[in-house]
Structure formats: structure tokens, C-alpha cells
Ligand binder design. Sequence first.
Ligand SMILES: C[S@@+](CC[C@H](N)C(=O)[O-])C[C@H]1O[C@@H](n2cnc3c(N)ncnc32)[C@H](O)[C@@H]1O
Length: 273
Amino acid sequence: MSASQATWPMITQADFQKISRFAHDHFGLELPAGKEGLVNARLGKKMRQGGFATFADYYSHVHSDRTGQALLGLIDALTTNFTAFLREPAHFDFLRQAAAEFRDARPLRVWSAACSSGEEPYSIAMTLLAAGRDAVEITASDISTRVLKVGQDAVYPAERFRGIPEEWRRAFLLKGTGPKEGSFKIKPRVAGLIKFERRNLMEPLPSRKFHFIFCRNVMIYFNRATQQSIVERFTPCLEPGGYLFVGHSESLNGIQHTLRYIKPSVYKNERIK
Ligand SMILES: C[S@@+](CC[C@H](N)C(=O)[O-])C[C@H]1O[C@@H](n2cnc3c(N)ncnc32)[C@H](O)[C@@H]1O
């Protein structure tokens, strides 16, 4: 443990249970026993930065802060935002091929429902543009405002693009110069297809329908009942014939649903209406 970590206030078991219940009730996140160290590290740092001596002081600040900033800070601290361009590449191959089933859709609507810092919606946009689709509307949502801001800025260190084909770099990225040396900005023709918005999946979902929904690597943080509720509420958001992608380590096994299993982590809405 480093010297600075050693000075973090330690949360008690009662504090942990309180935060765990709050995370479950408000944003669906499960923080089971065993995650005390993680919560202590992530929230302890926030408490220290904000000058709170005890968890109770910090927790009451989160509840009383009318700007909502403290709650957003808590969400940012507790969510896991790992992502990458073309993560789980088979989904993007599938997207490219299946998009042809909606040849007349103008626009083709895609929702990246836990988009983190934007790599997923930008990968969707680049895949579709490379396939000759430019009438595309991508909704990219996440609960964390910190990651949404990264997505909106559309600037990433060069190493984040390691797996991106050379012709995509030329077509879709602008090389940073001067103070931006070592980074790339996503070109406006790609970024312009995406609308970022804050959305908690525990709250009402969009009323429009999508041809593709990416809900990847977020349901693993939810319990079975929350996963069930999300899948039930996602289904009406799919166009007839539309597809739902979940993460490769996720599945709808054990969840009641009306979607057709296509292949691991890919499901289709075969309902007519
Ligand atoms: C591990 S990232 C996955 C990013 C991307 N989908 C991927 O597969 O690379 C999980 C994201 O889910 C978001 N998240 C967690 N709980 C959420 C909720 N209740 N509503 C919306 N987003 C949530 C987190 O903020 C985080 O950015």
C-alpha cells in the first residue's frame, strides 16, 4: 500500500452495505461482498479529495448536493469503463453483413447503450461508413458523464487505434499536431453520425426503435433480475428483424425473452411489430 493510500479513510462494513444498496437501487450495479477493497479504494480517493473525514459525511454530501455533481462523481468512481476500438471484432463483421438486411433504412439506427468513452460507437460508425452506409444515426449513451465527455471530444492517444486498418486511419482520423502530437481526432464525417447522451439503463429507455442495439459488457455488473428487466425493456426498442449484441462473456441464458438466438452474444427480434 502506498503512503497516500494508507491515509484514505477506511469504510466500515455498514458503510459498504449502504453504498452497495444505493448502487443496486439507483444504477443496477451489484457490489457483492468481496468488493469492499475496490469500493474503499475508489471512494476513499474521492473522500480524501473532497476533504471528508468519514464515509457518513461523504454519503450525506452526495445526497444533499442539489447540483447533482456529487452523485455523478460517485457514479464515475464506481463504474468500470474499460473499452477499446473494434473490441470483440466479430460483432463488427456481423454488423457489416447484417446491415444489408436493412438496405432501405434511411437512416439506419444503432444504439450503443453503455458506450463508455466512445470507442464502441465510433467503431460502429467506421464499420458502416466503410461498408458504404452514410445515412446512419447512432445514439451513444452511458450513465457516466466523465466518459461521455471523452467520447464527445473525439480525441484519443494514437496507441488506442492499434487495431484499426491503415485505410480507415486515412479515411476517418486526423493526425494531431503541435500540442496534440501523438493523438488522433475522429473526423467530423464519422463523429457527425453520433449523438452522445446521458442515460441510466435503470430509467425509461428511448421511445424510438433501432436496427441494432449494442449492450455489451455492462449486464455483467447487474444481477439476474435487473438483466431480465433490461432485456424486456430493450426488446420493444428493436425494429422488427433488429439485432441485440451483448458482450462475448455475457448471454441471455436464464433470462426469459422473445428474441431468437443467432450465435453467441447475438440475438434477433423476429416479431413483426
Ligand atoms: C465496461 S464498459 C463497456 C463499454 C462498451 N460497451 C464495451 O463493451 O467496450 C461498461 C459501461 O457501462 C456503463 N454503465 C454502468 N451502469 C450503467 C447504467 N445503469 N446505465 C448506463 N450505463 C451504465 C459504465 O459507465 C461503463 O461505461
